[in-house]
Design a protein around this ligand. Structure first.
Ligand SMILES: NC(=O)c1ccc[n+]([C@@H]2O[C@H](COP(=O)([O-])OP(=O)(O)OC[C@H]3O[C@@H](n4cnc5c(N)ncnc54)[C@H](O)[C@@H]3O)[C@@H](O)[C@H]2O)c1
Length: 338
């Protein structure tokens, strides 16, 4: 494999444009050669901004292009599984945004296609590459807090998405908490065997009418004995709240929110700092860059990718188990849905 990988981005929406910009400008080993989007103007605008000359509407045209060695799939979730299968068949290396699909059979079919083709697949669970959470993972792994006993994840968005989005999102457990399920497995390095979910509508009754909840708590039982809690809210009035804590036999490690600066104002009235970074595009920019650097490096050095197809499947199983638990108001073993 050459020292530079020719990559195409499929889907030039919010996250596709960000990955495209990183590939074009911030990753030495990458060369962004094509953009595809069913929405022609979206592809054209993205390509023009980054000086890319190949623009397609149909992703299959990208896959027919021998110059393209790898694809970064950032189209809507319902297209991921079939584009993965097509890309694998075409022999392209694949990065795909989370989730592969909300249906386990579709995920399994896509993973089978990747395996049959022998190509690489990395999934966009970017929070693993966040400096705070990666450091927590390292410290837990090094045994600095001893045996993990408790994991606590707070993950709250600054504002709910549009109601049209909520209706097709798969619900809070599969759309939002899926990142936290991945984080839980990543940090504790163990699998959850059973979970219990409670949830309700505390923010917007429209979300309830769309069949979803906007506030939820899930407790986790890991195979090795650690317990965890994840709480999600669709609206934290002070901004994007992203905190993790692991407590163990020898200590505790935690990460607070990232703010735009480290300045603190202390007066006789109060000690104040700025609000957390507003949302994921600001908070996780560097993690999106790091995950893409890792993907490109895996291709150049012919290594296994750090977030695999198996990592894509389990959080979807957890999301389905959480929904079932919420609906039936009882603990659910993951084996019930997997
Ligand atoms: N990892 C993360 O933190 C993160 C953040 C945001 C979005 N995502 C995921 O990325 C994906 C895209 O999300 P978004 O917010 O960028 O959505 P978006 O709606 O802004 O963009 C999706 C783009 O894909 C295009 N598209 C749809 N079907 C296509 C097809 N068959 N071929 C080519 N292009 C197609 C659309 O025209 C649109 O421009 C979703 O799966 C989402 O879950 C992940």
């Amino acid at each position: 494999m050459s020292e530079r990988v020719n990559i195409a981005v499929i889907g030039a929406g919010r996250i596709g444009r960000l990955h495209a910009e990183h590939l074009a400008r911030r990753i030495e080993g990458a060369c962004l050669v094509a953009i595809a989007d069913v929405n022609g103007p979206a592809a054209e605008q993205c390509a023009a901004a980054l000086g890319v000359s190949k623009i397609f509407q149909d992703h299959r045209r990208v896959l027919d292009d021998p110059q393209v060695q790898a694809v970064v799939i950032c189209s809507s979730t319902d297209t991921h599984a079939s584009i993965i299968a097509d890309a694998a068949e075409a022999g392209k290396q694949i990065f795909c945004e989370k989730p592969i699909a909300l249906d386990l059979k579709q995920i399994d079919d896509a993973l089978a296609a990747v395996k049959a083709a022998g190509v690489k697949l990395q999934i966009g669970f970017n929070r693993r590459f966040d400096a705070n959470f990666h450091r927590i993972w390292e410290l837990v792994r090094e045994g600095k807090i001893g045996e993990p006993h408790l994991l606590r994840i707070a993950s709250r968005d600054p504002a709910p998405p549009p109601i049209e989005y909520v209706r097709v999102s798969g619900g809070i457990f599969l759309d939002m908490m899926i990142h936290d399920f991945d984080m839980a497995r990543y940090i504790v390095e163990d699998e959850v065997e059973e979970l219990y979910a409670v949830g309700g509508v505390r923010i917007d009754p429209e979300i309830g009418r769309a069949g979803d909840v906007d506030t939820a708590v899930v407790t986790l039982k890991f195979a090795g004995g650690c317990f965890g809690t994840i709480d999600n809210s669709r609206q934290a009035v002070y901004g994007y709240d992203q905190r993790v804590e692991v407590f163990g036999s020898k200590g505790m490690v935690n990460a607070e929110n990232n703010t735009p600066n480290r300045a603190r104002l202390a007066t006789e009235a109060a000690v104040r700092e700025d609000l957390p970074l507003y949302f994921f595009m600001q908070r996780y920019t560097e993690s999106y860059l790091s995950e893409m650097k890792a993907f490109v490096e895996c291709i150049i050095e012919d290594k296994d990718t750090p977030v695999t197809g198996a990592d894509a499947r389990v959080p979807v199983v957890m999301g389905k188990a959480a929904r079932l638990s919420y609906e039936q108001n009882r603990p659910v073993a993951l084996t019930e849905v997997s």
